[in-house]
Ligand binder design. Sequence first.
Ligand code: COA
Length: 708
Amino acid sequence: MPPEPVQYRCRNRIGFLLIDNPPVNVLAAPVRTGLARALGAALADESVRAIVIACAGKTFSAGADIGEFDGPMAEPTLQAVFAAIEASNKPVVAALHGLALGGGVELTLACHYRVATPEAKLGLPEITLGLIPGAGGTQRLPRVIGAAAALDMIVSGAPVDAKSALNLGLVDVVVDGDLMLGAERFCQQLIEQGAKPRPTGARTVEVAGFDEAGIAGILRKHSRALKGRTTQQLVVEALTAATQSDFAAGLAIERRIADHSITTPESKALRHLFFAERQVSKVPGIVSDSTKAPIARVAVIGAGTMGSGIATACADAGMAVTLIDSHAGGMECGLALIASNYESSVARGRLTHEEAARRRGRIVDSLDLGAAAEADVVIESVFEDLALKQSILSKVAALTPASTLLASNTSTLSIAELSRPCRDPQRLVGLHFFSPAHVMKLLEIVRMPATDPAALGRALTLAKQLKKVGVVAGDAFGFIGNKMMLDGYWREAELLMLEGAAPEQVDTAMESFGFAMGPARVNDLGGTDVGTKTRVELFKRERRPDPYFVIADALTAMNRLGQKTLAGFYRYQPGERQALPDDEVLSLIEKLAVDRGIARRWIESSEIVERCLLQLINVGAHVLETGVAMRAADIDVVWVHGYGFPRRLGGPMFHADSLGLAHVLGRIEHYGARMKNRNDYWRPAPLLEKLAQQGRSFANWDSERIAR
Ligand code: COA
């Protein structure tokens, strides 16, 4: 029988309420019921003079159950339980360890005192879910740390450590050693001093710094993370209520705003991503191999930009790395790149000098492929040349035991092709890292039909250890992300340019929609030649030239390779990254359009955004239908983490569901008719057609597949 989610015991005049709801002590309905019951027992017990609320396991509490937000919260609500705790006539002390997040912090704020271990952290991450703290947090926190500090903490969404919490007055004592003994000691002092309960709601709010200028300054500080978001305004509204209304009225206002925040499209999208990011690692038929020894030694072959970035990512994750390259010159460049990455992390204050040196020290170099023999995982990351990669992989397969995971970092090549000469191809996976590999969170893990489930499990473990979001993709051209980018989004962007939109107009439209960077700018950053090389591979594999996807190829032919040659879709001044429109490019585009008989016209930004998105969604449906992506939610995670799709919209497939698939289909048909379905671009994906006609969504499709 599972243990009670809240256990109660009494020792030395103190009632201990222990929340035990693994894995992260979410305050779900049974916990709330248990807390109310245990509190009642402690209050009824005359021998009890003070109460401690603590949590079992590795962490205090991750707060409210996010899964409950889709409907009304079951009784007793968090608000009711917290009100009962605050109203206790015996002092209540929260004893914190690990993380206290969201409702976890609000629980501690309803207590009268807080003690914490030195490594405890407290945070209100609701804003990352498009929510405001809705269980008293916006009313109690400003009463404890002041309204300005509360605004800063809530809109940052980031946790503060115990020391900062102590300085803010958010915790009363940081206890070294055993937390329960520390909490007990603290309670004994309260009892001896005859200390009374200290209800937070009875405290006044410090308003210094919470005026118009102060609020604007705090919001400005977080403006980058909050670009395009609206929840911060709701936070300001709720905190303003704390400064202007009495506690009960403030709680009522918070309740109204919190209920509204749950219903916003922004919050629904962000909650979707929260669960999608956790679901990606769950692959039917793949048992987690987390019980196995962690991956400790990695060999990375190829010291180019990607290989050096991958080596850095592995060293950052604590692994011992052997970086291998057959050319001394190439190795020197790679090592210099690694050193400069660490230097810039130190310069930006992200790492201490000592920590950077420790991480750098985990990387050793070798010019001998044989140095890969001892590794748990070998990641080949030489340039995109099939024969070269095949030769390296087959040599590595011959010199490593069958338990070693083999991986090829590729964005274009077929993993099945790559594995062909290997002695045991079933232990090979593709790993599509994104550049810079030590920064970007996304990792596409490519499996072929022959890939052994154990190898896939190991690759998922690798992603987890690297703190990356590992998404499993099928072995088809471009996997999930590049297929949708090249065969849908970027192709449409180029067609729009041929029809009359300037590159900067396309970029501005997509950036205003929320993309981190528009397609022409991304092309210039990565190199137009990279896209061209990929397209050549695409057309070769799918045997279909594309007469309208030609601008970047023409730029490549003119050696306008992007930022690295100071000219691409834009031109650049030496040493600067600012993209400057270039008449030469406009003339080129005009000529390409004339050659193809395309009449040019003024195009509205709304059409640019709509057509690019529709293509993205339509190809996404193909990717889903062909099984290259397992779930629509996986596609969303790929696009948000790897391609700069705005997080607040939940990813392209979630966005399609929000628009309604019947509407999406209707618009695809509209453009198909208007543009005479040129080159078959506007043929709706059969899955999209089917779902739209049945009145279903991609989310329905996902849940039916998961249920199976
Ligand atoms: N509500 C519902 N489920 C939650 C949850 C919450 N507040 N917090 C965590 N979980 C679930 C996760 O979905 C996951 O479930 P799964 O195993 O079925 O996939 C499980 O708890 C473990 O979480 P995970 O994120 O995989 O563990 P972790 O150790 O990497 O991280 C946390 C732990 C607490 C840091 C992280 O889960 C987190 O940030 N949670 C959200 C906290 C939050 O935003 N609270 C405010 C809610 S309004």
